[in-house]
Design a protein. Structure first.
Ligand code: AKB
Length: 310
């Protein structure tokens, strides 16, 4: 059997930082190539890659004889609106190139992180189905939905094994995310420990789907290790864990840090959050490959407060 050699793009980001460690545990440090636009610490091979250069990606695939790709590099929803052309190039054109390279170089599996950002104002807000009316209102959502469709096309036309998840807002303590609409759910933990006060850029009752990092890693690895015949789609699987609003997470943290205070000053991100949904139906992920989240909102809160370093 051929050795598994994994390339991870965007390895310095919120998910990449933690996923790299999990993949290296599984496949060995030397068999997981971290790559990012900026230098980063790495206890294994690292390559500087600007994902908009398909020539550079091809070079790295050839150099290490890469067999699997996790393409994490992306601009998130809020930052994406500040430069829509660059976001389209990074989020979609680079992925389109990677699909073509995967086909050309016989890549055995490709992971594409999608997002709740693919939902839009016409999408049912409660228990969003796997397939519904998805008309995203951000370039981030448009690029990710197009990416999902392109991945499904490659699966149907060329048999490429593309796997994808629609991640909710990701909560973690290792790296503070920037440029997203769900960032408040991480920022509040750091602010709670540092200043004892948080100013939320969303209204108090804006509820969004969220997930804790250990469940992100579990879901990704479980999906990527599922038998190919159990994967019924290369579109992103809906992935649910818990939902929370700024007030709900504030009240949960307050149980442990009673001095915490909060103020609400909604900004442009409110409009993006309002176009997304509150809860999602992830029954397809559960029945296809046995998805089951482990962390509730209260368990996540306890773990975050134990681990956030300020
Ligand atoms: C964002 O807020 O843009 C991301 C996401 C939900 O995909 N965290």
């Amino acid at each position: 059997m051929a050795k598994t050699v994994v390339l991870v793009t965007g390895a310095g980001g919120q998910i990449g930082t933690v996923l790299i460690a999990a993949l290296r545990k599984l496949h060995g440090n030397m068999n997981v190539i971290a790559s990012d636009l900026h230098p980063m610490e790495s206890n294994g091979p690292f390559e500087l890659i600007d994902v908009t250069s398909s020539v550079r990606i091809a070079e790295v695939i050839r150099k290490y004889k890469v067999t699997q790709i996790y393409h994490l590099a992306a601009l998130l929803s809020s930052k994406g609106e500040a430069n829509i052309d660059l976001t389209w190039r990074i989020n979609f054109i680079s992925y389109q190139n990677i699909l073509a390279l995967a086909q050309e170089h016989g890549i055995s599996k490709l992971f594409f992180p999608s997002t709740i950002g693919v939902y839009g104002p016409t999408t049912p807000r409660i228990m969003t189905p796997q397939n519904a009316s998805f008309i995203p209102s951000t370039v981030y959502g448009i690029s990710k939905m197009t990416g999902e469709l392109w991945g499904e096309y490659y699966r149907n036309r060329y048999g490429l094994d593309v796997r994808s998840l629609r991640f909710p807002g990701v909560i973690s303590y290792e790296v503070i995310p920037h440029g997203g609409t769900t960032d408040f759910a991480v920022e509040i933990f750091f602010a709670a420990k540092r200043e004892g006060h948080y100013i939320s850029y969303l209204k108090e009752d804006t509820r969004l789907p969220m997930i804790y990092m250990p469940d992100v890693i579990n879901a990704t690895l479980k999906l990527m290790h599922a038998e190919q015949e159990d994967i019924s789609t290369s579109m992103g699987y809906n992935l649910a864990s818990f939902s929370l609003s700024p007030r709900e997470v504030y009240e949960e943290i307050k149980k442990h840090l009673p001095e915490l205070t909060i103020a609400y000053q909604p900004d442009a991100r409110q409009k993006i959050a309002d176009s997304w949904t509150e809860t999602t139906d992830d029954s397809l992920a559960r029945s296809d490959w046995g998805w089951q989240p482990e962390f509730s909102m209260s368990e996540m809160t306890i773990d975050m407060l134990k681990n956030v370093q300020v």
